[in-house]
Design a binder for this molecule. Structure first.
Ligand code: NAD
Ligand code: IPM
Ligand code: MN
Length: 369
């Protein structure tokens, strides 16, 4: 049987706390479901800067290239706020995404029935919600040139550049159309074609690909500002959303609150299939290093664990095991076990990060018997 080589990068803040629980789940699947993992661990983010003077070492990037899947906890911290951009913790993650050409970032927002009361929105707005945001991840404002802070007659000028080529739009659009086909065949593309040239090109390219290659998928377009409003007003109108790097970052945090907490949203960042059929892949929660709760055992590990569930589907060809893990998490939530972020009312007792991990492992044991 194949051995999957994986790279684990716990990172900063709550990242290591989350990753400890993800590792327990990975080990459970190794022992109980016979998936063989060869696990390497390295540093990313502020901890890598502290050790190597840069947010990821060249050796770690090289290792990442040789792996079947990479798991990241989270990066960042206030301690690094004044570093120049190329040394900031976030650059470790951006370098990995760019170097491995992980252009399609899948961010599913699913509302578990048990969590309907955890959301700040009304139950009928979110019950049964299951949408997928596909965020372009290796171009746009995050990577466009020129960028920098330069001298200016008024003092300084800060510049970032939004740019998209036809190819960059096409490949993420095809990834989104393919996903839509596996779901409800509905795709909504979001940009600002009304004010941005890159948005106009984005809209035209997505429409052209839809017409030529995916006539069976119902394609619509929406300005991203309206998209943010519609996500809160009536999120169930959407099935798959495709959008650029910056809008996707913001809209996926908005979508997170539809599920009850940012601590619930996993992600998979995928590249193109190589000649051996291998797809480079990185899995990480959508949330960050949460400095406000780091080191307190309060972090919700579910986004990290659901990211491993996505890996079972997309990297390890184990869709049944993916469903098993999602069911185990569902059962835990049905039993009323909640980390603090999922509790609206005061006075209820919250599970710690470790207790949530314990409950998910016990649930896996129970439902796989
Ligand atoms: P954040 O996502 O870290 O936190 C936002 C809020 O959500 C905080 O109140 C936090 O406590 C809460 N939260 C986040 N994850 C949670 C979890 N698993 N369980 C319970 N509560 C959770 O965003 P921020 O505060 O804007 O950024 C903090 C740092 O994280 C920054 O340095 C930022 O650059 C970085 N960041 C990293 C990633 C990543 O590594 N992928 C993503 C986003 C932000
Ligand atoms: C995310 C994060 C990252 C981003 C940062 C940490 C680089 O916010 O993954 O959503 O902006 O893409
Ligand atoms: Mn983000």
């Amino acid at each position: 049987m194949a051995t999957f080589k994986i790279l684990v990068l716990p990172g900063d803040g709550i990242g290591p706390e989350i990753m400890t629980q993800v590792m327990r789940v990975i080990e459970w699947f190794g022992e109980r479901r016979g998936i063989t993992f060869d696990i390497c661990e390295d540093l990313i983010g502020g901890c890598a800067y502290d050790r190597y003077g840069k947010p990821i070492s060249d050796a770690a990037v090289e290792l990442a290239h040789s792996c079947d899947a990479i798991f990241v906890g989270a990066v960042g911290g206030t301690k690094y706020d004044e570093l120049p951009f190329h040394l900031k913790p976030e650059q470790g993650l951006l370098r990995l995404r760019k170097d491995l050409v992980l252009f399609a970032n899948l961010r599913p927002a699913v509302c578990f029935d048990a969590l309907i009361d955890a959301s700040t929105l009304k139950p009928d707005v979110i019950s049964g919600l299951d949408l997928m945001i596909v965020r372009e991840l290796t171009s746009g404002l995050y990577f466009g040139e020129p960028r920098g802070i330069f001298d200016h007659e008024s003092g300084h000028i800060g510049i970032n550049t939004q740019s998209y080529t036809t190819e960059e739009i096409s490949r993420v659009a095809r990834a989104a159309f393919d996903l839509a086909r596996q779901r409800n065949s509905k795709l909504c593309s979001m940009e600002k074609a009304n004010v941005m040239e890159s948005g106009k090109l984005w809209r035209d390219v997505v429409q052209r690909i839809g017409d030529a290659e995916y006539p069976d998928v119902a394609l619509t377009h929406m300005y991203a500002d309206n998209g943010g409003m519609q996500l809160v007003r009536n999120p169930k109108q959407f099935d798959v959303i495709v959008t650029d790097n910056m809008f996707g970052d913001v809209l996926s945090d908005v979508a997170a609150m539809l599920t009850g907490s940012l601590g619930m949203l996993p992600s998979a960042s995928l590249g193109a299939k190589d000649k051996d059929g291998k797809v480079p892949a990185l899995y990480e929660p959508v949330h960050g290093s949460a400095p406000d709760i780091a080191g307190q055992g309060k972090a919700n590990p579910i986004a990290g664990i659901l990211s491993f569930a996505m890996a079972l589907r997309h990297s390890f060809n184990r869709p049944d095991d993916c469903i098993l893990l999602e069911n185990a998490i569902n059962a835990v939530l049905e039993n009323g076990i909640r980390t603090a972020d999922l509790l609206q009312a005061d006075g209820k007792s919250a599970a710690t990060t470790t207790q949530m991990g314990d409950a998910i492992l016990a649930s896996l044991d129970a439902i796989s018997e």
